[in-house]
Ligand binder design. Sequence first.
Ligand code: SF4
Length: 331
Amino acid sequence: MPVSPDQPPDQPLLAVEDLVVRYDTPHGVVHAVDGVSLTVGPGETFGLVGESGCGKSTLGRAILRLIEPASGRIHLDGEELSGKSRAALRPIRRKIQMVFQDPFGSLDPRWTVGQLLAEPLHVHGVGRRSERRERVADLLARVGLPTDAAQRHPHEFSGGQRQRIGIARALALSPKLVVCDEPVSALDVSVQAQILNLLADLQRDLGVAFLFISHDLSVVEHIADRVGVMYLGRIVETAPRAALWRRPLHPYTRALFDAVPDLDRPAAERRKPVALKGDMPSAFAPPGGCRFHTRCPLAVARCREESPPLRAIGDADHQVACHLVDAAPSN
Ligand code: SF4
């Protein structure tokens, strides 16, 4: 994990504390994120994984303050983002950027790639016109695209190339952290690998950190240093990647793993599958106690009453929110 020279080695680049996001809708309040805390170190990749609708994308957007949290604190690079006005946030936004699943969904399709990459520089008053042109050429080279791509329009490129352009735009202001929201889920598997390798190369060369959001465990395994597993607005397990893959502890994490065929292991070494019951409950009315209790095959009476806090199990880096995890079978 590379550490940028101006960052104290043990200080997280991003620290999120007890973040809560709720939406008012005509049908009621959506409890999208409920008390999430996490850290991302300088140059680290934190993978956030969970089923669609678990709140992981909302959490990513709330960290960037694209969505207003109801409560909680967000520190980036020693500065508090929570509670700051839009004007006060503007200089901080250079340090945190986002890569979207569809990088051009909200951008003017008439713009050339050069204009799209130069726009963040222009908005933040970075460089003269000639310097911005040089920066655009440098960004295109970094993401493996030819210089003449600057004169073309996004629709002239393949899905993988468009995501390279999205990554280049996110990197234009040399951010310290990039929130990547399902950046490869719309791409073919072979292209996914190319984009993941590109992100890894960029991290090695630039020391940028990633908060990498995905529903796909195999994608997260490819890129993350640490992983948080999210269920219905809460993180239920967090661990270094290798520890999680070696020994997933929360029944929900185990069910996610069991949903991925593990054909590399002999049948005798595979874990007993944890079967999930039903669908994820609605975020309009999340269950009390442990939010997973309506689907958990191990649930006991206490699970319906009492919400389990995240607590370290064995290694301080491996934290699990389950009342029974000490008793849960490990294979
Ligand atoms: Fe299952 Fe209870 Fe653990 Fe929740 S606290 S994951 S319901 S055993």
